[in-house]
Design a protein around this ligand. Structure first.
Ligand code: HEM
Length: 132
C-alpha cells in the first residue's frame, strides 16, 4: 500500500500547480531562460508525468521502481503534512479494501466529473458500490 499511494500521488497529483513563484534573478530551466521579476507557475502534475524522469509515465504502475515524485513540492516549501497525508491515505484505503474487497465503481467511468479548478485536482464525487 505505501508504494501504491506514492504512485497514486504521482499519477494524479492532487495539487497540480504549486503556489506562484517570482524570479529574483534570471533563471535557466532546461535551456529556457526565465527573466528576472517574472511570475512562474510550476506544474507539479506535468513534472510527475515527465518522460525524461519516469519510465512509461502515463501508466499507473503500483510497484514502480523509479520513485521520487513532486506531488508534495520540493525544497524549503515542501509540504509539511506529507507524512500525515500519506499515512491517512494508506489507512483509509487499507481499511476500505480490507472490509469491502469487492468494491466497484457505481457509475460509468465516463460519467465521473473532475473539479473545474487549476489548483486542487480531484473528483466531484466517487460513487462506489461496497461489497464484502
Ligand atoms: C495528500 C495530501 C497533500 C498534498 C498532495 C499536499 C501537497 C502540498 C504541496 C504540493 C505543497 C507545496 C506547495 C508549493 O510549493 O507551492 C504543500 C505545502 C504545504 N502543505 Fe501540503 N499537501 C497535503 C497534505 C497536507 C496536510 C495534511 C498538511 C497539514 C497537516 C499540509 C500542510 C502543508 C503546509 C503547511 C505547506 C506549506 C509549506 C511551506 O510553504 O513551507 N499538507 N502541500
Amino acid at each position: 500500500m505505501p508504494g501504491a499511494v506514492e504512485e497514486f500521488l504521482r499519477y494524479d497529483s492532487p495539487i497540480c500547480m504549486a503556489t506562484t513563484r517570482f524570479t529574483t534573478e534570471p533563471v535557466d530551466v532546461g535551456g529556457v531562460e526565465i527573466p528576472q521579476d517574472e511570475l512562474v507557475l510550476l506544474s507539479l502534475g506535468a513534472a510527475n508525468r515527465d518522460p525524461a524522469r519516469f519510465q512509461d509515465p502515463d501508466r499507473l504502475i503500483l510497484d514502480r521502481r523509479d520513485a521520487g515524485h513532486l506531488a508534495f513540492g520540493g525544497g524549503i516549501h515542501r509540504c509539511l503534512g506529507a507524512l500525515l497525508g500519506k499515512l491517512e491515505t494508506e489507512i483509509a484505503l487499507t481499511a476500505l479494501l480490507t472490509r469491502f474487497p469487492g468494491t466497484t465503481l457505481a457509475c460509468q467511468e465516463r460519467d465521473l466529473r473532475w473539479r473545474n479548478t487549476m489548483m486542487l485536482r480531484g473528483l466531484e464525487a466517487l460513487p462506489l458500490t461496497l461489497r464484502r
